[in-house]
Design a protein around this ligand. Sequence first.
Ligand code: PNW
Length: 448
Amino acid sequence: MAKLEFPQDFVWGTATASYQIEGAYQEDGRGMSIWDTFSHTPGKVVNNDNGDVACDSYHRYEEDIALLKKLGVKAYRFSIAWPRIFPQGTGEVNEKGLDYYRRVVDALIAAGIEPCATLYHWDLPQALQDKGGWANRDTIDAFVKYAEVMFNAFDGKIKQWITFNETWCVSFLSNYIGAHAPGNTDLQLAVTVAHNCMVAHGEAVKKFRALGTKGEIGTTHNLYWFEPYTTKPEDVAAAHRQRAYNNEWFMDPTFKGSYPQFMVDWFAAKGVTVPIQPGDMETISQPIDFIGVNFYSGGFGRYKKDEGLFDCEEVQIGFDKTYIGWNVYADGLYKVLSWVKDTYGDTPIYITENGACYDDVLTPEGTVHDLERAEYYKKHFIQCHRLIESGVPLKGYFAWSLLDNFEWAEGYNKRFGIVYTNYETLERFPKDSYYFIQQVIKDSGFEV
Ligand code: PNW
């Protein structure tokens, strides 16, 4: 037995997102978002579930914060619902919506927990979608205005800001694959949305600097680790394309101010181009204080003509899978973050999400023995420790998620929480994985 010790200043946290937990979708002047529209459209979400009530955190945030305090985390990552602040996306600030976040932030600070706020975790005001959403560059201006209001309202209180959560999901998953709101299936549209979101990120960073807001700002990309199944050049190239779709397509603009040329060429062959305007790439690559990485999975692939967008098929090599079907690949976390450091340098890294979905059962005693989830966390914590030892500037880790919540197109059937949510009574029950993480934080590490 040896103890894996984490640095004293390592930031342990958990994460959630507004639409997934808040509910209260029509309260205090909140406007409609694209997720209200999408989830209220029959057939889009499993069981036609929606976020109207979700975990009701809009009313139960004190209970959630008490759970965080008992867990012992240093930080809590949550997101702000743009349509609570600007119900129509632009115009007058809705003070009552802002007040909700004032209450949350004050309660976190009173509990000794650092608030980490994501500005865009997918709940775009529907009024902006009606004018083209992220494909319309006016949305960039609206976002920067919204960001400015938030920076000013919470200057000195929120010290860690994330502009966008998972630009890949916002663009490709939502506008090419069509699985998330607004549910389009148009590759050109997806590439345009990705670009405009990254410009909006850069403009918000510029605004943050110009205002002299205290604290740090960055963005979160969801990276994954897709490896070639063989050393054949066509397999290596196919796996690289598949991987670059999530990784380089977003990381290169963020850090290098350019798109990966082999991917630009691949899209161009399909008649798809990036609508870059003068100055865009400089804006996107504004220096950031940290990079957020969401990591869940990885896999292996090989060349297969006409398979997917990239002529790449996944090869099943016998990974354990979570209840949502994603491979458990903890080594992939080590590999992808080592790649981030080697490729993009020493910008501090936060794992802003990592976690697993399992088919939890609440016992009559009110416990959940989610040993598989605790094991998933342990495997990934071991890799975090290895990364720190090897000199990768990993500064913190946020578990997804504090509590079971509205899992987007999967509805309430897929649970990612370390706290179980009973959706009938809205009661919360810490799972065994919660107690495992609590112990790790308390001991600054664990025995392996
Ligand atoms: C992320 N995919 O979403 C989000 O940031 C969270 O809001 C979400 O609850 C969590 O991961 C778990 O899913 C994703 O289909 C959703 O590739 C779907 C995909 C990727 C990320």
